[in-house]
Design a protein around this ligand. Sequence first.
Ligand SMILES: Cc1cc2nc3c(=O)[nH]c(=O)nc-3n(C[C@H](O)[C@H](O)[C@H](O)COP(=O)(O)O)c2cc1C
Length: 179
Amino acid sequence: MEFFEVLRRRRSVRRFQDKPVPEELVEKLLEAAFLSPSSFNKRPWHFIVVDDKEKLKALSKAKLGASGLATAPLAIVITADESRSDVWIEDASIAAEHIHLASFALGLSSFWVQIRNRVHSEDKTAEDYVRELLNIPENYRVLCIIGIGYPAEKKPPHGDEVFEWEKASKNEFGRPFKP
Ligand SMILES: Cc1cc2nc3c(=O)[nH]c(=O)nc-3n(C[C@H](O)[C@H](O)[C@H](O)COP(=O)(O)O)c2cc1C
């Protein structure tokens, strides 16, 4: 699929068919992540591929807004070693978006589940919940989870209404890019 078509077609899909993602596509998604740029090329990330149904169900309870993971046949948990990079959030976010976009290019669909800065319950962060569930070492932070699979819902591609030209300036903030 042509790059701009992928960008247009990328929508957050949260319901999936009960159909596994072939291993070669999982590998491609990881390749997309490993092709990400990173500050000083430090590559602080670590990706956890989850296809165990019980674990996916448990991940769907990490926080409000994660329930779509219960029908996903695959999730990739995006973590990064904060002791290796002071901008691990940016590095990990780009890798997550590479996976999100690559899934559409490969005929799959996906959605982003925010974990950092979110809560599981009154006394537990979503990050600690995921850390305990997947045995993630202390120095690795959990940014988000990308839920992936074959879509069970159809969403239209983005239309031209997303082009908010008033949010683009030229040479100075507030001077319209498109007068
Ligand atoms: C940083 C970030 C956090 C998000 N967190 C969640 C989330 O926790 N759960 C969820 O269902 N969608 C989440 N989303 C998806 C957004 O809701 C979605 O991208 C937005 O509504 C636009 O819809 P679209 O992706 O179909 O264009 C998140 C997206 C981003 C970029």
